[in-house]
Design a binder for this molecule. Structure first.
Ligand code: GLN
Length: 718
């Protein structure tokens, strides 16, 4: 071993000793960070001796799959070096190596590492693993990752720099299959090879073919974008599976299935029984099994390993508390993960819920994703009584729950024990928390199990008044027609929330309104449209919508010149202009407004607050775009960036555009629920255009105002 690596290892060990004994903290990333300082090549040096070496990455399921795979490798008789606690950046992996005393001639030990998607490009070339297990890619922490396309680029580059690494990937996910399609690494696709008849999520993260950008067609969907897909134009399809789950059945104990190893001439079957009722666990378990098989591991004891496996740090755990109360604790940090938990709550016909939302660095500062969750599906619970909301952004979550109209009481709480304090004896609470909100929930529950007096467990902070006043119906010739353009393609930052804000604020005032969705491929009819929404999207989605809209450009142009009300967000806003320059590719715009956009090398990401003529209070939101937009001489911005936020281009202080009834903006959040003044401006303008003299009755906006004020505070602080 190089002297430098030896010293680095020593320095890391010392740092660990210091953090544990002097600072009384768990080691975490610190020993790794210190060791990497001394020797940046440490991961390669220390991991190189381990055999086999496997790296696990993907949006959801990394920690579980890594833990299971490490156990499976260990069951084959090997020692395993693993970053089990989920510290998955390069420093976390370095820390695991340092603390395990990894070094050369270590062949009797295997290495199994969880790796953050963006760090694969550092870890793969260094560790040169035998296999990379790629689980899935979903929208998650987009303020860190940018757009999913970027994550794909990074992983593909990592694989190119480690050409011998086999890619064991979820072929049901077109975003993972697209990576396999771009690299020359040996590929081992896994997937579920039969329909599972689950209800598809409202939003999919991949709608278009990775080769030709035509809309994908599905034979079946399991959830998110996972399923069996095919491109009708170029024929690109889900690759033939090397590992296939079949006979997937949900028993009262959990999912059972067979994994067929189809690599050889004869198919080898492995029967698997799980204790889990979520289909995502079928993928995680199959990925661990596939990772083990792909690296030559012995899977004879895999079932034993699975039976003994305890999910890390309280995930999916049920705590028993005094009075026969139970609390199930679950982690969900993005829409797809959250939707799995919603499925679970529905399967159990839950009655008490507690949702915790934080916006710390590790969670992502952008909380717009909560509007991409299919929360409305909880309306079919037979007796939902209480939804508690907590976390640094609990006001946002409360607004989300309010607009879902779940018919339950909504209470703001400080912690999970406040929610337990409201739980009657013998009842079960489903607590769902995002990344940094989760550990305190588990810690509180662990402490709570010692207490016998639930009444001592805190108090609710505030109960939310029901949303709907007794509205007097307003008479209109025909309902206000809200047209949502291409929600199947442009939906990146909770645009559904903008529609909810428009339609609910009409309904609560007795104004008849209806929402029509115009999906990709369908004919556009704006003849009696009153409010039109064009949402935001990644470059790829934007391109597809642009082609779609070019055909029907005249209809939208006529609607706008007739004073039609249009809200266009981010990608949709850019499309209204002359062009969007993405690198060397020019996307022809609709030429409806005099503006032009050019993508920069960096993304403009963060909270924004602007002053605008449209409403009295500052408009708050979040921006995340590569495009820089310049307004032509005749156009006026929607507002001026207040304290934070770059707005259109970071140069002239302007944000968005205001052109007759058109509001174009980079602000999502989504913009309307937290800025009801903007919603009401759009509604009032639409009614006025119809010649209806309707006074907009005031609503109880206490919660919206609270969420607005929290966002404004953050925007002006960070
Ligand atoms: N893809 C566009 C950009 O990056 C728009 C992003 C968005 O809709 N937020 O500029």
């Amino acid at each position: 071993m190089r002297a430098r690596t030896r010293i680095a290892r020593l320095a890391g060990a010392l740092a660990h000793w210091g953090t544990v004994n002097l600072a009384h903290r768990g080691g975490g990333n610190i020993p790794g960070a210190v060791a990497l300082r001394v020797d940046p090549g440490l991961v390669g040096e220390l991991a190189g001796g381990l055999s086999p070496r496997v790296v696990v990455t993907g949006t959801n399921g990394k920690t579980t799959t890594t833990g299971l795979l490490a156990d499976a490798l260990a069951a084959g008789g090997q020692g395993v070096v693993c970053n089990r606690a989920g510290n998955n950046m390069e420093s976390g992996i370095a820390a695991a190596l340092v603390l395990a005393d990894a070094g050369e001639k270590d062949e009797r030990r295997a290495g199994c590492f969880e790796c953050d998607e963006l760090y694969t490009v550092r870890v793969l070339p260094a560790a040169r693993p035998n296999a990379l297990v790629l689980l899935n890619l979903f929208r998650d922490q987009l303020d860190r990752y940018g757009e999913i396309d970027h994550t794909q680029d990074v992983i593909a580059e990592a694989l190119r720099r480690s050409p011998e690494t086999a890619l064991v990937y979820n072929a049901d996910d077109p975003l993972c299959a697209a990576i396999a399609d771009r690299v020359d690494n040996p590929g081992l696709p896994f997937g579920i090879d039969e329909p599972t008849d689950l209800e598809a999520d409202r939003i999919s993260d991949s709608r278009f073919c990775a080769r030709c950008n035509t809309g994908l067609e599905y034979e079946y969907v399991h959830y998110g974008q996972l399923g069996r897909y095919r491109c009708p134009a170029c024929g690109w399809e889900r690759p033939a599976l090397a590992f296939a789950a079949v006979n997937v059945t949900l028993t009262c104990g959990g999912f059972e299935f067979d994994v067929e190893d189809r690599r050889g001439d004869a198919v080898v079957r492995h029967h698997v029984r799980t204790r889990y009722s979520g289909l995502y666990m079928v993928y995680n378990v199959m990925a661990a099994l596939a990772g083990c098989l792909a690296t030559g591991g012995d899977v004879a004891r895999f079932q034993e390993v699975l039976d003994a496996y305890e999910p890390a740090s309280g995930r999916g755990k049920v705590f028993s508390l005094a009075g026969g109360r139970e609390v199930a604790s679950n982690l969900a940090k993005n829409p797809t993960g959250f939707n799995r938990m919603i499925q679970q709550v529905r399967a159990e016909d839950g009655r008490y819920l507690a949702l915790f939302l934080n916006d710390n660095d590790a969670d992502g500062h952008d909380v717009s994703w909560i509007w991409d969750i299919d929360l409305e599906r909880l309306r079919d619970l037979s007796d939902l009584r209480l939804v508690c909301v907590g976390g640094t952004r609990r006001e946002d979550m409360a607004v989300r729950v309010k607009y879902a109209e779940l018919g339950a009481e909504v209470v703001l709480v400080d912690g999970v024990l406040d929610a337990v304090g409201l739980l009657p004896e013998g009842e079960k609470l489903h607590a769902i928390a995002n990344y940094t909100a989760f550990p305190p929930v588990v810690a509180d529950l662990q402490n709570g199990t010692c207490s016998t007096e639930p009444q001592k467990w805190g108090r609710s902070v505030a109960t939310v008044a029901p949303a709907a006043p007794d509205a007097v119906p307003v008479a209109l010739d025909r309902p206000l027609r809200i047209v949502h353009l291409y929600p199947d393609a442009l939906n990146l930052y909770g645009d559904g929330g903008n529609i909810a804000s428009l339609s609910k604020r009409c309904a609560w005032r007795g104004i008849p309104a209806r929402v029509d969705q115009v999906l990709m491929g369908s004919e556009l009819d704006l003849s009696d449209a009153d409010v039109v929404l064009l949402g935001g999207g990644a470059d790829r989605d934007q391109l597809a919508v642009c082609h779609e809209l070019q055909r029907q450009r005249e209809k939208l142009a006529a609607y706008v010149s007739d004073g039609g009300v249009l809200l266009a967000i981010c990608g949709g806003y850019q499309l209204l202009g002359h062009s969007y320059m993405m690198g060397s590719e020019q996307v022809e715009g609709l030429h409806i407004l005099d503006l032009e956009t050019v993508a920069g090398d960096t993304r403009l990401i963060g909270n924004v607050a602007i002053e605008s003529a449209v409403c009295a209070t500052p408009i708050v939101g979040f921006e995340n775009h590569a495009g820089r937009t310049l307004l032509g001489a005749g156009e006026k911005p929607l507002g001026r960036a207040l304290v934070t936020g770059t707005g259109n281009n970071g140069e002239d202080g302007g944000e968005g555009v205001l052109h007759d009834g058109v509001v174009g903006t980079y602000l999502h959040g989504p913009i309307l629920p937290k800025n009801p003044g903007v919603t009401d401006w759009l509604i009032a303008r639409a009614l006025a255009r119809r010649g209806e003299a309707v006074e907009l009755a005031p609503l109880n906006d206490a919660l919206e105002t609270a969420a607005h004020d929290v966002a404004l505070r953050i925007a002006t602080r960070r």
